[in-house]
Design a protein around this ligand. Structure first.
Ligand code: RIB
Length: 289
């Protein structure tokens, strides 16, 4: 896993303010997050062995960010400290469980070099999973090295950005949400496997032979959708070796489970919780996430 790690500053509010408006919030919490860290923990909890390649700053958040990965069983040998602030995300969650997020990259944005030991970890891995909360040049260099060493590159291109064609050529699996799919358009057509998440409607898969399949999401009571996509992606990668027919339903259950708890990393389900949700009949009064 190569990606970001942030401290999420989460404000709960009945409804999100309009531009120029002040509203009273109902709660505040700091929760370790970041798409990279969330997906690393999700893959680990779903049963994969995970090494995290990333960076924290030397500020008050750094130690808690590092220890959250350690407590989850994610390897941190390649987590470096880069002087300056850690990454943060200012998150507002409304009563409907919907969120808005502003990410300030901090140390993630200063992760511009991969050293020999990073490259060895990438070459030895089965899968390299990346997102776009660190510099694109770093992602591209890692993907190139992965491809050269037969490591499968999975890219969650979030937040969406324009990427070099060379990077897309190294991607074997793209995981996007429906908004990202629309923004990216035809550039993902060349990627052999494309997984598109559709919130409460589940996910779709398009394979290298052009085959399309849809997978529903279990119905749950939604509290907070933050990090649901990260739980989906981590679980998908953990189960990818079992084939898309198994990995997608598993990932849909992980994503749904993550919406039932407030906070990104706090809500990431274990393999046991995912499997239990897959076996559980839907509740009587519920709405999809
Ligand atoms: O995907 C959710 C994550 O996005 C949050 O944890 C936040 O840190 C941002 O990176």
């Amino acid at each position: 896993m190569l990606g970001s790690i942030n401290m999420d500053l989460v404000t709960s509010v009945a409804r999100r303010p309009a531009p120029g408006e002040t509203v009273l919030g109902t709660a505040f919490a700091t929760v370790p997050g970041g798409k990279g860290a969330n997906q690393a923990i999700a893959a680990r909890r779903a049963g994969a062995r995970v090494e995290f390649l990333g960076a924290v700053g030397d500020d008050v958040f750094a130690e808690q960010l590092r220890s959250t990965l350690v407590a989850s069983g994610v390897g941190v040998d390649r987590l470096r400290t880069i002087p300056g602030p850690s990454g943060i995300a200012a998150i507002t969650v409304d009563d409907g469980g919907e969120n808005s997020i502003i990410v300030v990259g901090g140390a993630n944005a200063r992760l511009t070099e991969l050293d020999r030991r990073d490259l060895e970890v990438i070459a030895a891995a089965d899968i390299l999973l990346c997102q776009l909360e660190i510099p694109i040049a770093t992602v591209a260099a890692a993907a190139r090295h992965a491809r050269d060493n037969a490591t499968v590159v999975v890219l969650n291109p979030s937040p969406v950005a324009e990427l070099p064609a060379r990077l897309w050529a190294d991607v074997e699996v793209a995981v996007v949400n429906s908004g990202e799919a629309e923004q990216l358009g035809a550039v993902v057509d060349s990627v052999p496997h494309v997984v598109t998440t559709r919130g409460g409607a589940g996910a779709t898969y398009r394979g290298p032979d052009g085959r399309h399949c849809s997978y529903p999401s279990p119905r749950v009571r939604v509290v907070d959708t933050t990090g649901a996509g990260d739980s989906f992606t981590g679980a998908l990668v953990a189960a990818w070796g079992r084939g898309p027919e198994t990995a997608l339903p598993y990932a849909c259950a992980a994503g749904a489970s993550a919406t039932t708890v407030l906070g990104a990393s706090a809500s990431i389900p274990t393999a046991a919780a995912i499997e239990e949700l897959l076996r559980t009949p839907p509740p009587k009064t519920s709405r999809n996430h």
